[in-house]
Design a protein around this ligand. Sequence first.
Ligand code: HMG
Length: 440
Amino acid sequence: MTAVGIDAIEIWTGKLRLDLPNTFAPAMGEDPEKYTKGLGLESSSFPDVYEDIVTMGANAAKRLMDRKGLTPDDIGRIDVATESAFDNSKPVSTYIAGCLEQVYDGDFHHANKGERKFACLAGTQSIDDAYNWIKAGRNRGLGALVIATDTALYERGDPGEATQGAGAVAMLITENPSIVELSTEQGYGSADETDFLKPNQQFPSVDGKRSVQVYLARMREALEDYESVSGDTHPDDFEYIPFHTPFPGMVRKAAVLGYRHMTRDTDVEEELAEEIGMQPREEAYDTREDYEEAIRAYMDELKETDHYREWYGRTIEPTLEISRNVGNWYTGSVHIARLAALRDALESGHDLTGKRLLVGSYGSGAQAEIHAETVVEGWEEHVENIEVDDQLARRYDISYDEYELVHDVHNHEKETDVDRFSPPESEFVFTGWGRMNERR
Ligand code: HMG
């Protein structure tokens, strides 16, 4: 069977940087450690006044096409995953294709285009669609361009304001991929939820505390559903576990839940028993509530053990490295977690060839998807050329007053005229509603 998976990845960060402990925290009258230690964030990326989901997506895609030496003739499908769309009819992929056609010979008239929505999960769902399209033999040998692009902005004063972010991830899905091969094993946890939604509104209505619980519940269901296909998991089965990362503190909570689940009935549970006892078994408790309380108490002890700390430091912590500096990129978030994992392995000389990743995607509304990927030979060469550090370092640091101005610019309800903060560097820029974006 032909392998299908991710052949190339490029990112585009919003070009402004908001420093959370040094700029945002003092303005909010909060302890900086709430952001750095509590939420696990250092800074967030913001779009400059000439950036939007189209320009960021087109710029990431151009970077990818140039590095791979692709032309429109090599691409048979463009899917955009976003939850920041501004057009209820035309998919964002048509706007992005329009940008790319300004700079390449040829066009995308032959390419199937669409837009995928399921909150932050849609990036992974677009990869699934591309996988299915290729596996079905409908791709005529061509690759699929998947672009996850979002401006994750919250109403001013909303607790979610600390977790904002903006950026795009472009990924090429092909046969015989160069980075990871996708597997057929997937698990889902899906339920109708109303903790985070945007019905005809730009900024989300959020019940933040509940959203954390919903994330954990759907992720646990997805892991159980995944195991119904793959068989029981063990924490040592995977080199890294990239999760959807609205903020790193969320992943800390999901990780201990996953580790508890994966160690049940294993040698690790036996080894841990001397220190913290065996895991609670439901049949030993009179009520479900008593059992759940016992599990919570067990997990509190579990996360303090050397076993857990070592595993967390090796498989989870490295996946958070980009997120903690850019905030939530919604549909792109889990894909920058995967990228951070691959970069960590590259930097530490850890050969991942043939090794597996377990990818935990999530979207509010709500659905979690867990699937496995296998890293393929030659991955290093394709990961080392992905430009990350330089673009993060080039961002313009905004003051709190500038943050207030730029937030207003991106609030579609307000008319605001603000000068750009950073000069465009040969890139697509937003030139106004109803007009084509241009390259400047
Ligand atoms: P909050 O209520 O302002 O913060 O906002 P908090 O008081 O809960 O504090 C956050 C953490 O910092 C806590 O840690 C505090 O203890 C700690 P925890 O107890 O949870 O481990 N803390 C401190 N630590 C050290 N020093 C201090 C200090 N002070 C506090 N001085 C909330 C938190 C998550 C509610 C908010 O950021 C929010 O509403 N965010 C948006 C919603 C969100 O991201 N939810 C995550 C799950 S849903 C999801 O992932 C989907 C999403 O991406 C959207 C989509 O799918 O489309 C959002």
